[in-house]
Design a protein around this ligand. Structure first.
Ligand SMILES: C[S@@+](CC[C@H](N)C(=O)[O-])C[C@H]1O[C@@H](n2cnc3c(N)ncnc32)[C@H](O)[C@@H]1O
Length: 360
């Protein structure tokens, strides 16, 4: 076992993976600050003489390592060591950044592709005579680097915590009357059918499900996995969702379930889940309308199989449990602002359904 202590922290404008540039080379001029721990400040002597620094840091938001990944720049899977993907067995990141200014133990840097709050493991000076190579071959990147500047992190390597609560109504009319912003904030409608798998997993608080979504005449299939609820007031769960409509080569959900390295598609998902011992035990269907209001995602769910046939869900997402607990407080204030506290149902739809199963 090796253990390293961070020597500092990296500050950047990027608060979450989604939307962050995928390399420093595609983050021209993005400014950040390295706050080096005071106990390491003496180690910065002479650093101002360098225009560029090599930063080694810990991808602290990555959840599961994966040996085969679908990187941002390609739709084909590649071995993790042939990529710069964050989901590495040792989650070490490497960026060459520009040094703009040294101010005591603060280093002002540019070209930052790193998320705010990332623990810094090491700084090395970039030395062209050591670090620039000629006759370089860049493997599978060669036919994909043209996508560099237009590609951003889409959040695929981090789990996100959903923070959600829901309130019940007798019908849609009652919901629109009680939630004043609802009707004008819902913009999308779709029909869904969701099957849940692995009764033991479900009883242990996890949720494994496959959903078929119909929007107009377009059908998509997703599968997803939610971790146990860690919410104090509402539901907070680590959530992973993956679209499998056209088949997925290196499924991150399958990797986190320690499943076999096989492609996952709508026509083999049952078989893949059965091979892991997860059989289908429940399914239900309904219609959703979705939208957002003041940064809160909204969902109006009409599902006749549930004991509460009309539910309005309020949801936020967070990268870390600490952020999720803050958002839980914000959601509580949101619910209180509209006088909806008495209508809150903490249990999620699959639990409500299971407790009333089979539906009458
Ligand atoms: C493909 S990785 C490459 C990073 C680095 N330049 C490298 O080659 O090791 C780039 C993505 O890592 C993500 N990232 C940066 N800091 C992170 C952190 N602390 N935890 C998880 N992901 C992070 C960002 O969203 C960024 O888009």
């Amino acid at each position: 076992m090796i253990s390293y202590k961070p020597i500092g922290i990296i500050r950047s404008p990027f608060k979450e993976p989604k939307g962050t540039p995928i390399q420093a080379a595609a983050a021209a001029d993005v400014a950040g600050i390295i706050e080096v721990g005071p106990e390491y400040a003496a180690g910065l002597k002479d650093i101002a003489g360098f225009s560029h620094l090599i930063l080694l840091y810990h991808f602290h938001l990555v959840r599961e390592p994966s040996l085969v990944v679908k990187p941002f720049l390609d739709n084909e899977p590649h071995g993790i060591f042939a990529t710069r993907s964050p989901a590495r067995p040792n989650a070490i990141g490497f960026s060459i950044v520009r040094l703009a200014k040294v101010e005591g133990n603060k280093l002002h840097i540019r070209d930052v592709d790193i998320i705010d709050g990332t623990p810094l493991i090491d700084i090395k000076p970039y030395v062209a005579e050591f670090d620039v190579r000629a006759d370089v071959k860049s493997g599978w990147f060669e036919s994909n680097v043209h996508k560099l500047s237009s590609t951003k992190d889409d959040g695929r390597f981090v789990g996100s915590y959903e923070v959600e609560t829901r309130v019940y109504f007798a019908d849609q009319k009652e919901a629109y009357a009680a939630v004043p912003f609802l009707k004008q904030s819902l913009h999308e409608r779709f029909e869904w059918e969701t099957a849940t798998y692995g009764l033991d997993l479900f009883k242990a608080g996890k949720l494994l499900r496959v959903s078929v979504i119909n929007r107009g005449n377009q059908q998509k299939v997703f599968w997803g996995c939610k971790g146990p609820d860690i919410g104090k007031l509402y539901n907070i769960r680590l959530e992973q969702d993956e679209e499998i409509t056209g088949g997925v080569q290196a499924s991150s959900i399958l990797a986190s379930l320690k499943g076999p390295d096989v492609p996952v598609a709508p026509d083999n998902i049952e078989q893949v889940l059965a091979s892991l011992g997860y059989e289908k035990f429940m399914s239900f269907a309904g219609t959703n309308w979705t939208g957002s209001y003041e940064g809160v995602a909204l969902k109006l769910m009409v599902c006749p199989a549930l004991p509460y046939p009309v539910l309005v869900e309020f949801e936020k997402t967070a990268c870390t449990p600490a952020e999720a607990f803050e958002q839980e407080q914000e959601l509580q204030a949101f619910v209180a602002r509209f006088g909806l506290e008495k209508r809150v149902i903490k249990k999620e739809p699959p639990t409500l359904l299971y407790e009333s199963w089979p539906p009458v």
